[in-house]
Design a protein around this ligand. Structure first.
Ligand code: NAD
Length: 487
């Protein structure tokens, strides 16, 4: 299996290589095969990308927003036309089942491009009347923005960052995760085809040090990172010390609360989506599932039956519902947490093993896993595992569960399943998290802000909020009379 791109980087409208860079092998997580060999960016490549972006940005910023938006919407159309081909590449890059990538990855990238490309022309500054004199505000671009992606949603991440950046008149240099470098290159090519001028969306490959060099570059005005909390602290530290704008989309350990009156099949479906989609590698996952005592037996029975039917295996088989984890290190981390859960005294209710799959012996698979009898202070209930490991906890009272749900350093997401709508809104209002769901889980439409409270992040992606995070306000006071001066 090969998925070798023409070169490692995409700068100023063309593929560029510098084989002096540190080798970067791309591995298909289902088999462990090397499917492409790339190189991390050298200082020369980084300089080339940033100067191409800086040069292209000046003219782009002067364009009419409606014209910029039209190019983004054309890119959305192309993504949809190429959905099959790009989803295939995303499956090779991530190991996620083709059943998922064909509905979730290029599709949500296209949604962001279409929405932000559409609304940008109506995203104006303000007019302020001073009874004669007046003032107005302008929303101006920041300049060159850096996007740094995680490996779970590679093309979505590249689009969620570049769409608002480009819509507002910025240029972007994007560094994908070293684990999933391929689909950002496909997006860069597709942007050019859609009519984006050269230099506005550049892709450079590399590990954390390349990310650090990009953020520290004096020409760069902003960084948007999707990654773990420890990486977020480092990146925000650099950005803060250099007074640069920053958006941080970080990790979580989100609560999903299921009340006695919930529809049990919907609650089970929600809990499975919240833990097993993308093999559990979703930042907003509801991995602490709090189930009220009265529904507990029925919930566990249906959850177990439905989890046992999950089809795990070949990601390219359209019937497959769960693929491997991203790499060996993540596999060791997740299986390590399963051991920790057992040692801490939680009950391994379902899964926990490594499936034996013919032809995929070297893949990074793990069974969908359910722990019951989990206590709030166990590590499996406090730390982000980023794998298909659900912790089920029980509760009796509304006040109690709110307090326990909030007892975490994270604050990305939360979900509530109940038929009692006043209660649903009351509980969600008290939960300290940025992206919440009532009677569903993990939907992230482009119209809604997405992002976290507390350690889970700063700033928001998607929606009009993202346009604000990729621009700065200029206030302009206009005098219409004489200047009154005491001098
Ligand atoms: P990671 O933090 O290891 O890496 C993220 C990116 O940061 C990679 O591109 C990496 O090369 C880069 N990086 C690492 N060190 C850096 C440094 N010192 N300076 C600059 N860049 C650096 O995260 P990951 O393992 O790729 O992704 C998993 C994490 O991402 C999880 O914690 C998950 O919750 C989080 N995540 C959050 C969201 C969200 O929107 N909130 C979405 C997806 C994933």
């Amino acid at each position: 299996m090969r998925a070798q791109p023409k070169a490692s980087h995409y700068i100023n409208g063309r593929y560029v290589e510098d084989d002096q860079g540190t080798p970067l092998d791309v591995i298909y997580p289902a088999t462990g095969e090397v499917i492409a060999r790339l190189h991390a960016a050298t200082p020369h490549i980084i300089e080339q990308a940033i100067s191409a972006a800086a040069e292209a940005q000046l003219e782009w910023a002067r364009m009419r927003p409606a014209d910029r938006g039209r190019i983004l919407r054309r890119a959305a159309d192309l993504l949809r036309e190429r959905n099959e081909e790009i989803s295939h590449l995303e499956t090779l890059d991530t190991g996620k089942p083709i059943q998922e990538t064909t509905v979730a990855d290029p599709a949500s990238a296209a949604e962001a491009l279409e929405f932000l490309g559409g609304v940008v022309a109506g995203h104006h500054g303000h007019y302020v009347d001073f009874g004669g004199p007046f003032a107005y505000t302008r929303r101006e671009p920041l300049g060159v923005c850096v996007g740094i992606g995680a490996w779970n949603y590679p093309i979505q991440g590249a689009a969620w960052k570049s769409a608002p950046a480009l819509a507002m008149g910025n240029a972007m240099v994007f560094k994908p995760s070293e684990n999933t470098p391929l689909t950002a290159l496909a997006l860069a090519e597709l942007y050019i085809e859609a009519g984006l001028p050269n230099g506005l969306f550049n892709v450079v490959q590399g590990y954390g040090d390349v990310g650090g060099a990009l953020i520290s570059h004096p020409t760069v005005a902003k960084v948007s990172l999707t990654g773990s909390v420890p990486t977020g602290r480092k990146v925000l530290g650099i950005a803060g010390s250099l007074m640069k704008h920053a958006t941080m989309e970080l990790g979580g350990k989100s609560p999903l609360i299921i009340f006695d009156d919930a529809d049990v099949e919907n609650a089970v479906g929600g809990a499975m989506l919240a833990n097993f989609y993308s093999t559990g590698q979703v930042c907003s996952n509801g991995t602490r599932v709090f189930v009220q005592n009265g529904i507990y037996e029925r919930f566990i029975e249906r959850l177990t039956a439905r989890t046992a039917k999950i089809r795990i295996g070949d990601p390219l088989d359209p019937q497959t519902q769960m693929g491997p984890l991203i790499n060996k290190a993540q596999h060791e981390k997740v299986t390590g947490y399963i051991e920790i859960g057992k040692a801490e005294g939680a009950t391994l209710h379902h899964g926990g093993g490594i499936p034996r799959l013919q032809g995929f012996e070297n893949g990074f698979f793990v069974e969908p896993t359910i722990f019951t009898g989990v206590k709030d202070d166990m590590r499996i209930a406090r730390e982000e595992i980023f794998g298909p490991v659900m912790s089920v906890l029980t509760f009796s009272k509304e006040d109690e569960v709110i307090e326990r749900a909030n007892d975490t350093e994270f604050g990305l997401s939360a979900g509530v399943f109940t038929r009692d709508l006043p209660r649903a809104h009351r509980v969600i209002a008290d939960i300290k998290a940025g992206s919440c769901w009532i009677n569903h889980y993990n939907l992230a439409p482009a119209e809604l802000p997405f992002g976290g409270f507390k350690q889970s992040g700063i700033g928001r992606e998607n929606s009009l909020a993202a346009l604000d995070h990729y621009s700065q306000i200029k206030s302009v006071y206009v005098e219409t009379g004489d200047v009154e001066s005491p001098y």
